[in-house]
Design a protein around this ligand. Structure first.
Ligand SMILES: Cc1cc2nc3c(=O)[nH]c(=O)nc-3n(C[C@H](O)[C@H](O)[C@H](O)COP(=O)(O)OP(=O)(O)OC[C@H]3O[C@@H](n4cnc5c(N)ncnc54)[C@H](O)[C@@H]3O)c2cc1C
Length: 327
C-alpha cells in the first residue's frame, strides 16, 4: 500500500521503522511528484473500550520514543474522519506517518544508484548465488559482494533463510477525493499482522494523491498461489464497509495480490550470511518493507563498509535464533 508507518511491536521494529521514516522525510524536497509522498498520518480506529485502552498505552510508548501520537475520543474521531460509521470508541492518531507510491520511489532510487555508477540489468532471472558469483541463464557474473534482496523468493537463492510468502490482496477504487483524509486502520490489524494464522483480514484504507482509495488487506499462507480469491476479497470489503459504509457505493477498478516476505519473529533479515562469505541478506520485511526500505539500505551499506550504523543491527542478524514453530 505504500504506507509509511512507525510500528512499536518491539524496540528493534520501532528503531528501524522510525529511522527509515525520518530518512524518507529528509528526502522530501528531492522526491519527484510521481512518488506521491504525503504525510497524511495514520488513524488507528478502536471499536471498543478495550482497544481504546490499548491505544492509550501506545501513546505512552510512542511519546517515550519521540513520536507524536494522540488519543481521540468518539467525537474527535468522527470530526477527523466523518466517513467512519458511528458507534466507534475512538482512535489513535499518529500524524507523522506517510504514504508513497512504491514503484515510483523504487524507480527514483534506482535512477540515483545508476547515476552513482550502478549498472541495472532488468528482466534477468538470477538462477543461483554462490560465494563470489551470481549466475543468470548461463552467464556467470563475478562479484566481490552479493546482496540477496529477492523478497519472499530469497530462500530460493539462499536455502535456509527463514522466510515464507504471505499473500495479501488489495483493491483500488476509481477517484473519490475527499472521502477519507488519513490512512485509516483498525487496531485489530495488529492482531491480523502478528498472528500467523492460515488467513485473516483487517480494515485498512488509504486515500491516494490521485483521489483513489486503496483498500486492504488480507494475510494468507497459501504458498505462491497468486490468484485473486473472491471469498477473501469479499471478507475484506465487508470488513471495510463495516467501518466506512460509503465504500459500498464506490467502483473498484482493480484487485490484485502480492507476497509479503514473512519471518518467524516478525523482523527482517539484514546483514551478512555467515554460511556463505561475501553473501549479504536484505529480505524478510513482511508488511513493512516499503516503510523500512531506506533504513535497510543504509544499514546494509554501513555493515558492508564496516561503519557503525545508527541503530543496533543485532536484532536483524540473518543467522539469529528464531522462535520455534513460529512459521
Ligand atoms: C498486500 C500488501 C500490502 C503491503 N503494504 C505495505 C505498506 O503499506 N507498507 C509497507 O511498508 N510495506 C507493505 N507491504 C510489504 C512490502 O511490499 C514488502 O515488505 C516489500 O515489497 C519487500 O521488499 P523487497 O524488495 O524485499 O521484496 P520485493 O518487493 O518482493 O522485491 C523482490 C524483487 O526480487 C525479484 N526477484 C526475486 N527472485 C529473483 C531472481 N531469482 N532473479 C531476479 N530477480 C528476482 C522480484 O521479481 C522482485 O522484483 C505490503 C505487501 C503486500 C503483499
Amino acid at each position: 500500500m505504500g504506507h509509511i508507518v512507525v510500528m512499536d511491536d518491539s524496540e528493534a521494529q520501532f528503531a528501524l521503522t522510525s529511522w527509515s521514516a525520518r530518512l524518507l522525510a529528509e528526502l522530501q524536497e528531492a522526491l519527484p511528484r510521481e512518488v506521491e509522498c504525503e504525510w497524511r498520518g495514520t488513524l488507528w480506529v478502536a471499536e471498543d473500550e478495550s482497544q481504546l485502552e490499548s491505544a492509550r498505552a501506545r501513546v505512552g510508548s510512542y511519546a517515550a520514543r519521540g513520536v507524536a501520537a494522540e488519543v481521540l475520543d468518539a467525537t474527535n474521531l468522527a470530526a477527523e474522519e466523518p466517513a467512519l460509521r458511528s458507534g466507534l470508541a475512538g482512535g489513535l492518531l499518529v500524524p507523522g506517518d506517510g504514504v508513497v507510491y512504491p514503484p515510483a520511489l523504487a524507480r527514483w532510487l534506482l535512477d540515483g544508484a545508476c547515476r552513482a555508477g550502478a549498472e541495472l540489468r532488468q528482466h534477468v532471472t538470477v538462477d543461483s548465488v554462490t560465494s563470489g558469483a551470481i549466475t543468470t541463464s548461463g552467464d556467470r557474473i563475478p562479484c566481490g559482494a552479493i546482496i540477496n534482496a529477492a523478497g519472499a523468493a530469497a530462500p530460493r537463492l539462499t536455502p535456509g533463510l527463514p522466510i515464507v510468502p504471505r499473500k495479501g490482496h488489495l483493491v483500488i477504487t476509481d477517484r473519490y477525493p475527499r472521502l477519507c483524509r488519513h490512512q485509516i486502520v483498525e487496531l485489530g490489524y495488529l492482531r491480523s499482522a502478528h498472528t500467523m494464522t492460515a488467513s485473516s483480514v483487517a480494515f485498512n484504507v488509504q486515500p491516494r494523491a490521485t483521489g483513489q482509495l486503496l483498500i486492504g488487506s488480507s494475510r494468507e499462507l497459501v504458498g505462491w498461489d497468486a490468484a485473486v480469491n473472491s471469498t477473501i476479497v469479499g471478507r475484506m470489503l465487508r470488513r471495510a464497509t463495516g467501518f466506512v459504509p460509503a465504500l459500498a457505493r464506490l467502483r473498484a477498478v482493480r484487485t490484485w495480490t502480492g507476497f509479503r516476505p514473512a519471518t518467524p519473529d516478525k523482523l527482517p533479515l539484514i546483514g551478512p550470511w555467515s554460511p556463505s562469505p561475501g553473501l549479504w541478506i536484505a529480505a524478510g520485511h513482511e508488511g513493512l518493507g516499503i516503510t523500512t526500505a531506506l533504513g535497510t539500505g543504509r544499514l546494509i551499506a554501513d555493515l558492508m563498509l564496516g561503519r557503525r550504523p545508527p541503530i543496533d543491527p543485532a536484532p536483524f542478524d540473518p543467522t539469529r535464533a528464531m522462535p520455534e514453530g513460529a512459521d
